[in-house]
Ligand binder design. Structure first.
Ligand code: NCD
Ligand code: ZN
Length: 344
């Protein structure tokens, strides 16, 4: 039987949520990945080192026994984050990035940044200590078409910001456009990008195939086919600046299947399996390990994992749903669909 053995992969962009939900969500990640960059967009957001340490402990408490998994915590950048906050965060050795949410751009971003250029001293401190800025790269101007918000953010924020701070280490999270991906390629080694499974699998027409599908709604929203193709081409090339970040973002079935459905796709229960299918379909299975297990660790300056996982070529069906709490369920990416790669 065909099988793939990989250095244990890492996930450089996840949403674990909080409270009882952690017990349903964290185990899916812990079984597949060695580490994960944990996004701080809780209610209220994780803005201080103390918040992050307390949240880390709640995540650790939800890791099943026997799993070799380490959460890597981040801070939520606000207009009040100071250079001193950055120095303390770095010195703790427990914070791996600072997340920039433009205020209003996505789920729980209301406390985010309204003027990034007013935060230059804080960003300079990040440059000095080598703490990366993790960017949700979308403008929030309602006059900008939702499909153009990443491209606008590239022009309005990313390019001018990196002109002012050319040594700032940046991860452009969940890259969705050829424009942004091409920028990363031209930017030099201190700019990287995470790529989700959904932006490699689907284009914007898929959201409307046979009727509106709220489970394919995420932010940044899926783009035109030409963008999906460019992302596929880049990951298949093995470019080391692009690495695995699922952006697994669970919302209850109730919150997704609503007159005003939440943005976010819950991919954790089949994440590495789906990436394996994608790389196989691209004829680039030999590039999967770099993308999933090496590029991110190298970018963050962390050691590569030493343990391994094995996937076997044996069909399985992704469950239709997973429990969330007493009343709610989570509908995963690829619900009820058959995948060929299975985690041993
Ligand atoms: C994320 C969430 O639900 O927290 N949603 C999403 O659509 N990706 C937030 C984010 O990463 O934008
Ligand atoms: Zn996210």
């Amino acid at each position: 039987m065909k099988q793939i053995t990989l250095t244990r992969p890492d996930d450089w962009h996840v949403h674990f949520r909080d409270g009882d939900a952690l017990g349903e969500i964290v185990p899916h990640h812990a079984r597949r990945f060695g580490r994960a960059i944990v996004m701080p967009n809780l209610k209220p957001p994780v803005t201080s080192l103390n918040d992050a340490m307390a949240y880390r402990q709640r995540v650790v408490d939800a890791i099943p026994a026997g799993c070799d998994f380490t959460p890597l915590m981040t801070l939520y950048l606000t207009q009040k984050t100071s250079p001193e906050d950055i120095e303390n965060a770095k010195q703790s050795g427990m914070i791996y990035g600072v997340k920039l949410y433009p205020a209003g751009a996505t789920t729980n971003s209301d406390a985010g940044v309204t003027d990034i250029f007013a935060l230059l001293p804080t960003l300079q401190a990040m440059t000095n200590v080598g703490l990366p800025l993790l960017i949700h790269a979308e403008v929030t101007d309602p006059a900008v078409d939702v499909f153009d918000r990443e491209k606008s953010f590239l022009e309005q924020v990313v390019k001018p910001l990196l002109e002012k701070l050319p040594d700032l280490k940046v991860v452009l999270e969940h890259v969705t456009t050829a424009d942004m991906a091409n920028f990363v390629i031209d930017a030099g080694g201190h700019v990287g990008a995470t790529v989700t499974p959904q932006h490699l699998l689907y284009n914007r027409s898929d959201i409307f195939r046979g009727g509106i599908n709220p489970h394919l709604y995420c932010l940044p929203i899926l783009k035109r086919e030409q963008h999906r193709e460019r992302l596929c081409e880049i990951v298949a090339s093995g470019d080391p600046r692009f690495f695995l970040g699922t952006d697994s973002a669970p919302h209850s079935q109730h919150a997704k299947e609503s007159a005003c459905g939440c943005a976010g796709i819950f991919s954790a229960p089949c994440a590495i399996e789906v990436y394996a299918e994608i790389f196989e379909s691209l004829g680039a299975l030999e590039k999967l390990e770099g993308f999933a297990s090496f590029h991110g660790a190298d970018f963050y300056g962390l050691p590569r994992n030493e343990s391994q996982i094995t996937l076997i070529n044996k069909p399985w069906t992704v469950p239709e749903s997973f429990p969330m709490d007493n009343k709610n369920q989570l509908i995963p990416l690829k619900a009820n669909e058959t995948l060929h790669w299975q985690l041993v």
